[in-house]
Design a protein around this ligand. Structure first.
Ligand SMILES: Cc1ncc(COP(=O)(O)O)c(C=O)c1O
Length: 478
């Protein structure tokens, strides 16, 4: 029983700076085995058709999250994104979506499955910090003018690293151009937002039509749990309910659903204090880490000053540039995990990334710093690299087909150098920055191929998710 044994044996004594964020005092759901139950207990109601006790819990959540309607999800924001896009494609018949490039794969895959046409805005990428930077509101406005057929605007706000735009102004600007456009926000990383004025305005508070949140990421829901919230007349409830009922398992775990109810209650009653504590632990961690030589903690104000479209940087997240240590982020993170029992949220070539979660204490911040210092000293004795030069991320997008059109064409895998000018038949996603370099249906340029060849030479410092992990061939439309 490798997985069962690991869960029962190895989960103690580690320090986590990663999701899920579970508050030690959140109401626990008893008896994960003893009380497991299904919809055969008829008098409880049925979550997938929103009746009984489930409807009561959903309604309480809609009050807490300031929406008109809320549904609980047991398949994270990934499942919720499918539910929302299915319902929009049934409601609007044909979805023409304008989107920022940092979409989660659930969005690109659902778009392909539901014949949704996506026009991506040209992305911004900070080549030093190696993170995606949001588009400006005016770029969205120009995008709508360029694609007047747009009936859905999609934005992942905040970004993974916690950067948010001025969402209320964004909503107002879009309404002004075309009040019929549906505004859909992937707020997977924003489930904390409604509970503190130290957090940005949430999608519902800003007046967006529909959003998804991952409650497990930062708000005390168990893994897999999330919520869908919506409001107003642009969303037709019957299509959302039809998609919810069609895509949610007929046997959702009542424990997971109940953990959402408990998370809602916790955040509604204690959210403000909990968020203050998270920020102070994150601050402590940042202050401690910045004492280590070669380690640079990225100041949130530095980002908001550098990019005027970034209205807010989430202070529970700590981005740390480790370029000065001469050791790649992935080497630090892997060693930190195996030798020092500290788990980071993510790592990249030159960065490591921490999320302060509700289990963390100031002791964790001090202990983590002590262990990181030791880890870096040990690794630098072994391996000192010369300065690494990264190629610039090519930002220009030339779309030829929608992704759903590509899957009906003949597709062949060909050598990179022969692919210039052809239509790409797969998503090519380098990490960092975790946004597609080329999306399915876009034209492959010389800059893309040069970038991929440069990455090959960096030998694992940047990885690319694509069909050929040797980065020698690429899928194209014949
Ligand atoms: C922006 C965004 N949307 C959706 C998801 C998927 O969320 P979940 O893991 O809850 O399915 C993620 C996951 O990291 C994400 O970053």
């Amino acid at each position: 029983m490798p997985l069962a044994s690991m869960m029962n044996r190895d989960m103690y004594g580690i320090i986590k700076w990663c999701t899920p964020s579970i508050h030690p005092h959140v109401s626990r759901i008893n008896g994960i085995y003893d009380n497991d139950i299904s919809i055969s207990y008829h008098s409880l109601g049925n979550p997938s058709i929103n009746t009984g006790i489930f409807k009561k819990a959903h309604n309480l959540a809609s009050i807490a999250y300031q929406s008109e309607h809320t549904l609980f999800s047991v398949n994270g924001s990934s499942g919720s994104n499918f539910i929302v896009l299915r319902s929009l494609s049934h409601q609007l018949k044909k979805v023409h979506m304008l989107a920022q490039r940092n979409v989660h794969k659930s969005i690109s895959v659902a778009a392909e499955d539901y014949n949704i046409d996506i026009n991506y805005l040209q992305p911004h990428y900070d080549q030093d910090l190696q993170i995606f930077i949001p588009n400006t509101i005016e770029e969205f406005v120009d995008g709508i003018k360029k694609h007047p057929e747009t009936n859905v605007v999609f934005i992942s706000n905040p970004t993974y690293e916690g950067l948010s735009i001025d969402l209320p102004r964004f909503v107002q600007r879009i309404r002004k151009i075309n009040p019929k456009i549906v505004i859909f926000v992937d707020e997977a990383w924003g489930s904390l937002f409604p509970f503190s004025d130290k957090m940005p305005t949430s999608a519902m508070q800003a007046g967006a039509d529909i959003c998804v949140q991952s409650t497990h990421k930062q708000s005390s829901g168990l893994q897999q749990t999330g919520m869908i919230h919506w409001q107003g007349k642009r969303i037709d409830e019957k299509f959302v309910m039809d998609s919810y009922k069609s895509l949610i398992t007929t046997s959702p775990s009542f424990h997971l659903l109940a953990s959402l109810d408990a998370a809602r209650f916790l955040m509604q009653t204690q959210g403000e204090n909990i968020i203050n504590d998270l920020i102070s632990v994150a601050d402590k961690l940042g202050n401690e880490l910045s004492k280590i030589s070669g380690v640079k903690v990225i100041d949130h104000d530095f980002i908001t000053k550098k990019y005027s479209q970034v209205r807010f940087a989430d202070k529970t997240k700590v981005l740390v540039n480790i370029k000065g240590t001469g050791i790649p982020g992935y080497e630090i993170a892997k060693n930190f995990e195996s030798e020092y029992k500290v788990i980071l949220e993510k790592y990249e070539a030159e960065n490591i990334f921490f999320i302060a979660i509700m289990q963390n204490t100031e002791y964790d911040a001090i202990e983590t710093t002590k262990r990181l210092k030791e880890c870096i000293e040990k690794l630098s004795k072994k391996n000192k690299r010369s300065k690494i030069i990264f190629p610039d991320f090519p930002l220009e997008i030339k779309k030829s087909l929608s992704s759903y059109e590509v899957i009906n064409r003949n597709i062949i895998s060909i050598e990179l150098k022969k692919a210039i000018g052809l239509i790409c038949a797969e998503d090519v996603v380098p990490y960092p920055p975790g946004i597609p370099l080329i999306a399915k249906g876009e034209i492959i340029s010389k800059e893309h191929i040069d970038y991929m060849n440069a990455i090959k030479r960096l030998k694992g410092l940047i990885s690319i998710v694509m069909s050929d992990d040797k980065i020698e061939k690429i899928l194209t439309v014949k």
